[in-house]
Design a protein around this ligand. Structure first.
Ligand code: BDR
Ligand code: CA
Length: 310
């Protein structure tokens, strides 16, 4: 089993990513670590608990981490995710409780105590918790198996400013620290996730699984999709974060290139932009495997099959 920590700011697409992971026997989830992002930390950590309960995985450990980015004020995305961050289904108040340990301490403790090269970080939100862990204990960098991050964009541009994708924009300084840490990194930018659209047919396939989880997922998708459908006229919304978990299960669904990625942290105009040296224009270290293509049908087949197991 592959050991993972899921760092997340749920978020409907985070929720679906977490459900995909919980349904997959190939993965051992050491814990979920919540971070402020789509909505404030109090809500993201609460949403993480709700999702574990929905899946019937009440044994999952959930930790709360950073309530704000390293240097900048928190920017949230209620216009996409709703006031709770998880608008759509009517999920009960969680009975599970958060672990008392802070998420950053947990990440450091796991990486230092588990055998070197065995723990993967699946990062679905702003990178604040991961950067804080690297600052607290730089030795974790060489112990991480892989960091798979939903974030950034190149040919596709940004979704929160013309230049920047949300997860990187919210905490560009944290993203910069993570990208420079030396651990193997996989980046899932908007160029990939904007191709993973929850079309009406794909949502219907999930709904017709007929279990409690699939109904809740269909309701999440219907709420989440409306933003892109109204604004861009797409059929469905982009399932950003599930791409990270799908990569851990079936990397052959994705295609990309190892290249240098750096993050803009000074210009107000392009703050949080991921500058991706796809064509090897510099000799800067190739620090990330940047994905650019996805087999979207394959992703939805995997997701639908796995949700049917819950
Ligand atoms: C990312 O931002 C959030 O709104 C989503 O959950 C995803 O992680 C997409 O830019
Ligand atoms: Ca997210």
């Amino acid at each position: 089993k592959r050991k993972i920590i899921i760092d997340t700011d749920p978020g409907q697409d985070d929720a679906i990513a977490i459900l995909l992971a919980l349904a997959s026997p190939e993965l051992e989830i050491l814990g979920l670590t919540a971070v402020a992002g789509n909505v404030p930390l109090e809500l993201t950590s609460r949403n993480a608990l709700k999702i574990c309960e929905l899946a019937g995985h009440t044994e999952t450990m959930v930790y709360a981490g950073a309530a704000r980015p390293l240097f900048r004020d928190l920017v949230t995305a209620e216009e996409v995710h709703g006031k709770t961050g998880l608008d759509g289904p009517d999920l009960p108040d969680p009975e599970m409780t958060l672990q008392t340990e802070n998420a950053v301490d947990f990440i450091v403790r796991m990486l230092m105590s588990e055998p070197k090269g065995t723990v993967t970080l699946a990062v679905l939100g702003p990178l604040t918790n991961i950067a804080l862990a690297l600052i607290r204990e730089p030795a974790i960098a060489t112990r991480i198996r892989e960091i798979v991050v939903m974030g950034g964009g190149f040919f596709e541009g940004g979704n929160v400013t013309p230049a920047a994708e949300f997860n990187i924009y919210v905490d560009p300084h944290a993203a910069d620290i993570v990208l420079r840490c030396g651990a193997p990194i996989v980046l899932m930018p908007l160029d990939v996730t904007h191709k993973a659209l929850s079309t009406a047919a794909r949502t219907q396939a999930i709904r017709s699984l007929g279990n409690k989880v699939s109904l809740a997922v269909a309701q999440m998708l219907e709420f989440f999709e409306r933003f892109d459908e109204e604004k861009y006229g797409t059929d469905g919304g982009p399932l950003h974060d599930p791409c990270v978990i799908a990569y851990l299960l079936k990397p052959e669904l994705f295609q990309g290139r190892l290249c240098n990625v750096s993050v803009e942290t000074t210009s107000e105009l392009t703050m949080g932009m991921t500058v991706i040296d796809w064509w090897g224009a510099t000799t800067c270290p190739k620090n990330a495997m940047v994905m650019r293509d996805i087999d979207a049908d394959g992703l939805f087949e995997l997701l639908t099959e796995r949700l049917g197991r819950l």
